[in-house]
Structure formats: structure tokens, C-alpha cells
Design a protein around this ligand. Structure first.
Ligand SMILES: [Zn+2]
Ligand SMILES: [Zn+2]
Ligand SMILES: [Zn+2]
Ligand SMILES: [Zn+2]
Ligand SMILES: [Zn+2]
Ligand SMILES: [Zn+2]
Length: 374
């Protein structure tokens, strides 16, 4: 079914991964197959543990599916044996592996319709503890493809390099070998080795995407024309980020509410970052309800958690909601004090297309009527 998609294999980088999933899900053959899988749990079983997938990952180019935990263990053992990673189902060489969000829904549906297929919580916790695949991994560059050729080919295709600085020389006591699995940075598209013992995180905890900034900084490696490398800004502890303006996302992008928050902070005579830092402290001390914090692992986040810029903006927007909602009305600018709350609160959709409504009603409040969540 998925075979057609493998013609895309010229592109040996993690972007290939997204293309594979995209093209595959759009094809009719694949739609049929997804349908079959949805109807028959036998098509949704991991060939390693023989249960319905849990946090399903797909190996490419063969496109066989496994539990994240099962395949992570397989990957680890293959690397320990210094053997190439072959698919446990068809024995072809695995070049990429990544989570498959298209199949996630099917996994959920099957378990929902037949709870006898569900594993115990203890089993799932154990499986999750072995799961190391967060963002797509480049497992091998494919047969007979030297670094130079990979580089030349990618330069033709995308102008981007596929090698990483540590493939060519040692930095910080580590050098890649031909079996090293690589991650692709989501900011600069450069590659870095995927390491379980890296001294700093290689993924943003908020979105599970890979970013190279913190890693190369810790390794003391600088970028060059050959190797794209981000600066540290792309991934750092929450406490190390800073902002001089409200994030674009603040208050559901309602510009009027953003202006009000801006004015409140200026009236207090405090720099924006000062207010943000205060609320980050409150959050770290568990004084803030995190229900509306739309980041992965939101319960485990502290001021020392490494996050990317996007996730920092999301976090700040979430905290500014709390800043505003706990602010006494008399601290608001004059024109904002008399406004009534919109029934739909922050979830109001009208505020996005009706300028007057967005201005006349307060939207930094909980919905008091019917959930009209976008
Ligand atoms: Zn499994
Ligand atoms: Zn396979
Ligand atoms: Zn490398
Ligand atoms: Zn992030
Ligand atoms: Zn990068
Ligand atoms: Zn409204």
C-alpha cells in the first residue's frame, strides 16, 4: 500500500519523513488501508509485542509500524551490537523512524471500541519509559551513500547539508560513527547525533521537536557554511528566555486585550520581563492552575525546563491570562474598567472577526455560557 511513497527516497533528511506520511495518507490506496486497519485490530498490532500499537512509530522506507517503546529498545540493541538497524518485520534497512500521528487516532479508536485490547497501566508506564523516539530520527543515510554524496545531493535538492559537525570531528569528547542515529533541528535543519547521555536536552519539552542550539553550545561547536548550527536561542531553560513585547499569541491574539495588558504593566512601572518572571516563579511554585497550558508535559514544567521560542511564547501567553484575570478591575486603564464580560470569554470566536465586539467586551475571562471553543 505505502510502496508508492518510497519513490520519494532521494531526499535523505527528516523532511522526507513528513512527505512520506503526507503523500501516503492522501493516496486512495492508503485511505483504503487505513479503513481496513480501523476495522480490524489485527492490522494495528506491533510485530514485536503483538499488542495493539502504543504511541505508534513508523519505520521508513518499508513503512512498518511498531510501539514507540518496542522499536526504541530494538534501535538501542542494534546500536549496541553496532549492526545496522533492520526492520524487525521485513528485515530491510531502516533509514528513518518517527511517530505516526495519522495512525495515532486509529490506535485510540480501536482501544476505545474494544477495551479488552487495552494493556494495564503498569505495562504502559514501562513501555513509555523505554520510548525514546520523539521527533523523526535519521537512522542511516542509506546504502553506499557517503557523507560527501549525501551532502552533494542535498545541496542540489534543498541547499541544506545533511551531515553534522560531530560526524567529521570530535567535539566535547564525542564523535559520531556510521551507526549514529541523527536528529534534525527544526530551526536550522542541521543534523545532530541523537544521544541518550547528552549533557543538555536536544528536544523542547513543550512540543517534543528537536532543536540544536543548546546541544552545540554545550559541545563548543560553532556552525559553518558546511554545517548549519543554531545559536543558543532556539532551545534554552524557561528562566533564560526573555521578551520585550507581548507575544503575538497573547489573549487569543485579541489586539485590544493585548493593549490593555501592555498599559497595565506600564502603569505599574515594571518592565514586561519582570512581570513574566514573577509569574514563572508562581507557576514553578505550583500556584497556577495549568489546565489551559497547551504544552506537552505541562505538569512537569519548571523554570529550568528547556523550551523553544514558540513554546515560551505559548507559556507567556498562558501566564498573561493569569496575570490579567487576577488583576483587580481598578488597575485596568479607565476605558477597560466598565466593560462587561463576553459570555464566551476567551473562547469567543466573534472577537476574531468583529472589531467592535472585540473592543467592547472583556475577553480575558472564563466562558460562562456554552462551550464555543474554536
Ligand atoms: Zn509493541
Ligand atoms: Zn519493514
Ligand atoms: Zn553526526
Ligand atoms: Zn517547543
Ligand atoms: Zn539548529
Ligand atoms: Zn465575545
Amino acid at each position: 500500500m505505502f510502496r508508492k511513497a518510497t519513490t520519494l527516497r532521494v531526499l535523505t533528511c527528516a523532511f522526507y519523513w513528513y512527505r512520506v506520511l503526507e503523500v501516503c495518507v492522501q493516496s486512495n490506496a492508503c485511505k483504503r488501508n487505513l479503513q481496513e486497519t480501523a476495522e480490524d485490530p489485527e492490522h494495528a498490532k506491533c510485530p514485536i509485542c503483538l499488542n495493539v500499537w502504543h504511541d505508534v512509530v513508523t519505520a521508513a522506507p518499508c513503512l512498518h509500524n511498531f510501539c514507540n517503546g518496542c522499536f526504541s529498545e530494538w534501535l538501542k540493541r542494534s546500536q549496541e551490537r553496532r549492526a545496522s538497524v533492520i526492520c524487525p518485520q521485513c528485515r530491510s534497512v531502516v533509514q528513518f523512524v518517527g511517530r505516526n500521528h495519522f495512525l495515532h487516532g486509529i490506535e485510540e479508536d480501536i482501544l476505545q471500541s474494544d477495551s479488552s485490547l487495552r494493556r494495564s497501566d503498569e505495562e504502559l508506564v514501562l513501555l513509555d519509559s523505554c520510548s525514546t523516539i520523539k521527533s523523526p530520527l535519521v537512522v542511516s543515510r542509506g546504502k553506499n551513500m557517503s557523507h560527501k554524496r549525501a551532502r552533494a545531493q542535498s545541496a542540489e535538492g534543498s541547499g541544506r547539508d545533511l551531515s553534522c559537525p560531530q560526524c567529521d570531528r570530535e567535539y566535547g569528547g564525542f564523535q559520531c560513527n556510521e551507526r549514529t542515529v541523527h536528529l534534525q533541528c527544526q530551526a536550522c535543519s542541521g543534523m545532530m547525533p541523537s544521544r541518550s547521555n547528552a549533557p543538555v536536552p536536544q528536544h523542547c519539552l513543550g512540543c517534543d521537536r528537536a532543536f540544536c542550539g543548546a546541544y552545540w553550545h554545550a559541545m563548543g561547536a560553532a556552525g559553518s557554511d558546511v554545517y548549519p548550527v543554531c545559536n543558543q536561542e532556539t532551545l534554552k531553560p524557561i528562566a533564560a528566555h526573555s521578551l520585550t513585547r507581548l507575544p503575538f499569541l497573547a489573549h487569543e491574539k485579541n489586539r485590544h486585550e493585548q493593549d490593555i495588558t501592555d498599559k497595565c504593566i506600564r502603569q505599574m512601572g515594571r518592565p514586561l520581563q519582570d512581570v513574566i518572571s514573577e509569574w514563572i516563579r508562581k507557576m514553578s511554585n505550583r500556584e497556577v492552575d495549568r489546565t489551559r497550558l497547551l504544552l506537552n508535559h505541562s505538569e512537569t514544567i519548571t523554570s529550568q525546563t528547556y523550551v523553544c521560542r514558540d513554546c515560551y511564547d505559548k507559556l507567556v501567553s498562558f501566564l498573561l491570562y493569569w496575570f490579567r484575570i487576577t488583576l483587580p478591575k481598578h488597575c485596568l486603564p479607565q476605558e477597560a474598567q466598565q466593560r462587561e464580560d463576553c459570555w464566551y470569554g476567551y473562547a469567543c470566536r466573534t472577537q476574531h472577526h468583529n472589531e467592535e465586539h472585540a473592543r467592547k467586551r472583556n475577553h480575558v475571562c472564563r466562558p460562562s455560557r456554552g462551550a464555543r471553543t474554536p
